[in-house]
Design a protein around this ligand. Structure first.
Ligand SMILES: CC(C)(COP(=O)(O)OP(=O)(O)OC[C@H]1O[C@@H](n2cnc3c(N)ncnc32)[C@H](O)[C@@H]1OP(=O)(O)O)[C@@H](O)C(=O)NCCC(=O)NCCS
Length: 179
């Protein structure tokens, strides 16, 4: 059973382990590559972990005890207020189809509500049908926007998005108050 932990400098080495495993396991799913990130210095991993617990970003690890088994990150758009981009979504093969990915998305939705985010966006590669099904199941739809995929000219990336409803109002109807 997985539990979620926010990513920070405190669990940076578990974050590194999970991220490198994700890049090896699913090379066509991400904009970056194992070859690129396996060369990162410790300082770079620490910088990335700090960004995922900073002003503009958040990240979560799914943990099975001491073992990382999933990741998600999200960053507020620099230029478009109210927009956040999901990155690095991954669940380890042995943990798939048991709700870990959905729990990670739910954690980002909760964060979004505290940060005034009205729209979550992400990019998914055109051959990644499993991820598209997963995102559709979790309320994302295609926006129609596409981009070239930097690691393979035969693949493109589709943008998907979902609206985040504002926090429910907790105002009490004055007429229902007892005196
Ligand atoms: C996509 C991914 C994150 C899904 O994680 P997960 O933990 O398996 O997802 P969940 O268990 O929460 O799945 C929720 C629902 O999404 C859909 N879904 C998930 N994986 C699916 C698949 N392989 N095929 C079809 N539907 C799928 C199902 O409706 C599922 O519900 P069900 O299991 O009751 O049928 C995981 O498969 C993964 O890490 N893939 C490799 C990396 C990747 O592609 N990342 C996305 C980068 S954009």
């Amino acid at each position: 059973m997985a539990t979620l932990e926010p990513i920070s400098e405190r669990n940076v080495w578990a974050f590194k382990t999970a991220r490198l495993q994700a890049l090896q396991d699913s090379p066509g799913a991400f904009g970056s590559t194992y070859a690129e990130e396996s060369r990162f210095s410790d300082a770079e991993w620490l910088r990335r972990a700090a960004n995922m617990s900073g002003e503009r970003g958040i990240g979560f690890l799914a943990m099975d005890g001491e073992l990382p088994c999933g990741i998600i990150g999200a960053f507020l758009s620099e230029h478009e207020p109210g927009i956040a981009q999901i990155v690095s979504m991954w669940v380890a093969p042995g943990y798939r189809r048991s709700g870990v990915g959905t729990a990670l998305i739910d954690a980002i939705r909760s964060w979004s509500r505290t940060r005034g985010v009205h729209t979550l966006r992400l990019m998914v590669t055109s051959h990644n049908h499993a991820a598209m099904k997963f995102y559709e199941r979790n309320g994302f739809t295609m926006t129609g926007k596409t981009e070239p995929y930097p690691n393979d000219p035969l693949i493109i990336e589709y943008e998907m998005a979902q609206c985040i409803p504002a926090e429910e109002s907790h105002e009490v109807d004055p007429s229902s108050r007892s005196s």
